[in-house]
Design a protein around this ligand. Sequence first.
Ligand SMILES: NC(=O)c1ccc[n+]([C@@H]2O[C@H](COP(=O)([O-])OP(=O)(O)OC[C@H]3O[C@@H](n4cnc5c(N)ncnc54)[C@H](OP(=O)(O)O)[C@@H]3O)[C@@H](O)[C@H]2O)c1
Length: 294
Amino acid sequence: MTVLIFGGSGNVGRALIPILYASGAKIRVATRSTAYAASLPDDIDTVIADMDDPSTLRSAFKGVESVFLLIANSPMETHQGLSTLAIAAESPPRHIVYLSSDLAVRAPMIPHAGGKFAIETALRASGIAHTILRPTYFAQNDLVQKDVITAGAYATPLGPHPVARIDTRDVALAAATALVDIRAKNEVILLSSLDAPNGNETAALWSIALGHAVIYPDLTPEEFANSIETMVPPWLDFDLMIMHRWFKTNGHPINQEDLEAQAALLPQGPRSYRSFAEETANTWQSETQSHQVP
Ligand SMILES: NC(=O)c1ccc[n+]([C@@H]2O[C@H](COP(=O)([O-])OP(=O)(O)OC[C@H]3O[C@@H](n4cnc5c(N)ncnc54)[C@H](OP(=O)(O)O)[C@@H]3O)[C@@H](O)[C@H]2O)c1
């Protein structure tokens, strides 16, 4: 069985490929990057393809049974997703696993979430058997805040309500299981841990993990957007501001009943956010120590 992977070089894909590789599945990775393609083992097939030029996707879909469909966040996300599905429908695979987001239905006014609502709708209408994965907030989002967190502040304005997390390694594990079991049919599966620390609680977890005070400055979404505006493109700065406004008002709580379907893909249960923070703090501290060794 050949599994086609989009997004192999990203956060989820980097964890997904080794799991599939170890399972013995035949893997084909679609990427825009010749350097990344060259870095993969020889027995992984690669296709240079760009969702901004849908005609480049045709050769990627040839002869594959199962597809991991990840569309990166961009102003073109919806167009890329719909175009890729149109190309897939020309020679349909047996099963598509689409990486959506739980916000696609809860908060479709957030641009990168509403796009997923449209792509999910098109996937259902395509008639291709599918599994839609709807993860909550990635624990690994905090990695880009390393310098701020280690300096003593958790600045992401998550607000006072619970915000559920999922580790991207568990998203990858769930995706790998769904990709190999191509009997899976037209399901929507929420992926999350029950860990849902709010802004203050998240800062407290980092304080324990790092062994020094980490405060939660309770920035407004607008203040946070201003603080990162030189680091991200304007569309993303705006999109994140809308998302943080939504988190501040609503949070993103998850109940045990919401997770029943997930057990089929993650029978051992998801990792906790606390263990992610502890593991990450250890890694950051050992990196600092190794830099200090003369
Ligand atoms: N962060 C969260 O909390 C969260 C929660 C739920 C859902 N999500 C969703 O997860 C997805 C992001 O996953 P991620 O973090 O694993 O990805 P990522 O690290 O942002 O990587 C993006 C991947 O997409 C590929 N890509 C980008 N533009 C492309 C194009 N034009 N054509 C083909 N491939 C393209 C890149 O591959 P190459 O560069 O190799 O071409 C790369 O592997 C988004 O849809 C996001 O909304 C995120």
